[in-house]
Design a protein around this ligand. Structure first.
Ligand code: KG4
Ligand code: ZN
Length: 364
């Protein structure tokens, strides 16, 4: 295989010549015989550049991912043009790595599937223009993918889950509860009215300056909160779960975020420290925040399960709740959801952590 022409950012304005060079770097006549259809999945909706090749039976033949987390941690959040530039710099290499790992040449692909929404417009654009150029050159079918639907269906790669099932997606950009009735048949039961739980955790972690904490400096906000919470006492702070009286399955996190912000300011005054220094009560705050959002998420999910069962939308005895997204890797939140599923005779399923967060496999 030839070395790729390393022209960073070529796919901002795709040129036929660049794509031709990209395709030429593969050996088109590998002599292998693939009995299954092969799909290349490409994901660039937020801050991960990811690609994978999956066959029609769900076998993952190869994957590659480039995470931008470290860069965005330093700037205190995702700056869309920065994310776009990093996608441009990495997409060609990531797609090539996924194809190489799978030992599949582009000509052997049956289709190219790419996230088209929802997400950051600048990020989505990089994956889309790269894919459309590839599709044009290879004369392959293009499959537009809804990022949330892909998250919801990923569990079917690892577990035999029949429709309908309930899905809870909780991450930095998403928060929704939906009934999955078929591959493209979703009933939205609830969503966040403002920000997503991961976004809130990231903001609280930034406000607590956890990046300066020696044990948390490379962790995402949510992971840092989970880590510190283990050392704290959740009872030292009393934050109320949001929307306790709302008779629906929606979520809200920005009111709680505001209350936590005010509490942090008050504690800084009490401890006589400046914003940017780490509070001695940071672990207690982390434990209370984690507990409060776990309660909120569990209560809204409980309502959704009861609603579906009352209306016979879910199986009475063997219903499945799938939980995915970066926040679903939080073991305390999982435990809270387990209490709900145990009480309602449901089965709780979570994809393995690497499939919970954004990846190319779910798109393929
Ligand atoms: O699904 P994901 O990788 O990206 C999208 O947002 O789509 O999720 C990232 C989010 C971040 O907000 C991060 O703080 C949160 O998931 N997260 C966690 C944990 N690990 C990552 N939140 C709580 N507990 C964790 N262990
Ligand atoms: Zn996602």
């Amino acid at each position: 295989m030839l070395i790729l022409n390393k022209t960073a950012g070529v796919f901002s304005k795709p040129s036929k010549r660049n794509m031709y060079e990209f395709l030429r770097s593969f050996n088109f006549h590998s002599g292998k015989l693939f009995l299954h259809k092969l799909v290349l999945g490409i994901e660039t909706s937020c801050d991960d550049t990811a690609a994978a090749v999956v066959d029609e039976t769900g076998n993952v033949l190869g994957e590659a991912i480039h995470s931008q987390t470290e860069v965005h941690l330093k700037t205190g959040g995702i700056i869309p043009p920065v994310a776009q530039q990093l996608h441009r710099e990495n997409i060609q290499r990531i797609v090539q790595d996924a194809l190489s790992a799978s030992k599949v040449s582009p000509s052997e692909l049956s289709a190219i599937a790419t996230t088209i929404k929802p997400g950051l417009a600048l990020s989505l654009g990089v994956g889309l223009s790269f894919s459309l150029q590839l599709v044009d050159q290879l004369k392959k079918p293009f499959i537009p993918i809804h990022h949330m639907e892909a998250h919801a269906l990923t569990i079917r790669l690892t577990n035999k889950v029949e429709f309908p099932f309930l899905v809870l997606l909780i991450s930095g950009g998403h928060c929704l509860l939906a009934l999955v009735r078929g591959v493209s048949d979703f009933l939205l039961l609830g969503k966040s009215l403002d920000i997503a739980p991961g976004d809130m955790l990231d903001k609280v972690a930034r406000r607590l300056s956890l990046i300066k904490h020696p044990e948390c400096s490379t962790m995402s906000g949510g992971k840092a909160i989970e880590h510190l919470a283990k050392q704290g006492n959740k009872l030292h702070f009393d934050f109320k779960p949001p929307m306790q009286r709302a008779r629906n399955c929606d979520f809200s996190f920005s009111g709680l975020h505001h209350v936590i912000d005010k509490m942090i300011m008050q504690k800084e005054k009490e401890e006589g420290i400046e914003k940017g220094q780490i509070l001695s009560s940071a672990a207690d705050i982390a434990a209370a925040v984690q507990h409060t959002i776990a309660c909120h998420i569990a209560k809204r999910t409980h309502r959704a399960i009861l609603f579906c069962k009352q209306r016979d939308l879910l199986c009475q005895s063997n219903a499945v709740l799938v939980v995915s997204g970066g926040v679903a890797s939080n073991l305390y939140i999982r435990k809270a959801l387990e209490i709900v599923t145990d009480a309602t005779q449901c089965t709780l399923l979570c994809p393995p952590p690497r499939l919970c967060t954004d990846n190319g496999i779910m798109i393929a």
